[in-house]
Design a protein around this ligand. Structure first.
Ligand code: HEC
Ligand code: HEC
Ligand code: HEC
Length: 156
């Protein structure tokens, strides 16, 4: 999943939407845990067996979850009265297909196969001390919540 991490890490959504904000249903608690378990099982099986496809495309269940999350945060894009009034078939065009059919670059970019993005390690801009830490704050606290405080603090 390195390409997905790296592409997201370079996208505007990095600061506003974590992986789970898009990939896990946000409507109710039970749904969240159920989906995480199902999706997690699928992923770990695929990745341990190295059956990871060259280009990962969202499966149908996954796509529906993502779409609902796009709308959750950007509902004005679908319901805005000014857009509805001024653009032909606006609502239809915003809901009869996935948002990323048009917004192909959100958030993983258009070029995201394993061989194009690869397993490269994210370069760390060591010359900027406050940027030496590449793990965003929300991910750091999420990991340390899960595993106890095992992640080292950034170098001073
Ligand atoms: C802004 C919403 C958004 C965020 C945030 C996001 N993704 Fe995605 N992700 C998508 C969309 C949209 C696709 C579908 C792209 C496609 O099908 O070509 C996708 C596809 C994927 C896929 C492949 C398909 C599948 O079955 O889910 C993986 C794996 C993935 N993302 C992992 C991640 C990881 C890891 C992160 C966090 C580092 C992340 N995503 C953050 C929207 C998001
Ligand atoms: C957790 C809330 C959240 C989710 C989920 C989310 N977005 Fe966003 N999105 C934002 C915010 C906030 C911004 C403004 C970011 C900025 O100004 O830097 C943004 C910016 C954007 C932009 C303009 C910047 C760009 O990357 O081109 C587009 C287009 C966009 N979102 C589409 C989507 C799509 C499509 C999805 C679903 C795959 C999605 N968003 C999911 C909150 C979200
Ligand atoms: C038919 C193609 C198409 C679909 C489908 C589509 N959009 Fe867009 N979207 C556009 C275009 C074109 C623009 C730029 C023109 C504008 O601002 O209205 C845009 C603009 C945006 C912006 C503002 C981007 C910015 O840089 O300020 C956001 C956010 C956004 N769309 C979210 C979504 C979401 C969420 C969905 C799914 C519900 C979606 N779009 C579906 C074509 C589409």
């Amino acid at each position: 999943m390195t390409p997905q991490y790296l592409t997201w890490n370079k996208s505007p959504h990095r600061e506003v939407a974590s992986c789970n904000d898009c990939h896990v249903p946000q409507d109710n608690v039970f749904n969240q845990y159920y989906f995480k378990a199902m999706d997690g099982l699928y992923h770990s099986a695929v990745f341990t067996m190295r059956a990871e496809p060259e280009v990962i495309v969202a499966r149908e269940a996954s796509a529906e979850v993502i779409q609902n999350n796009c709308i959750r945060c950007h509902d004005t894009r679908v319901t805005d009265a000014k857009l509805l009034a001024t653009i032909d078939d606006h609502e239809f065009h915003r809901t009869d297909r996935t948002c990323w059919e048009c917004h192909k670059e959100v958030p993983h970019g258009k070029v995201k196969s394993l061989s194009s993005v690869g397993h490269q390690i994210e370069p760390i801009p060591v010359h900027i001390p406050e940027k030496r830490d590449i793990i965003p704050e929300w991910l750091r606290s999420y990991i340390s919540d899960e595993e106890g405080d095992t992640i080292n603090q950034p170098a001073p």
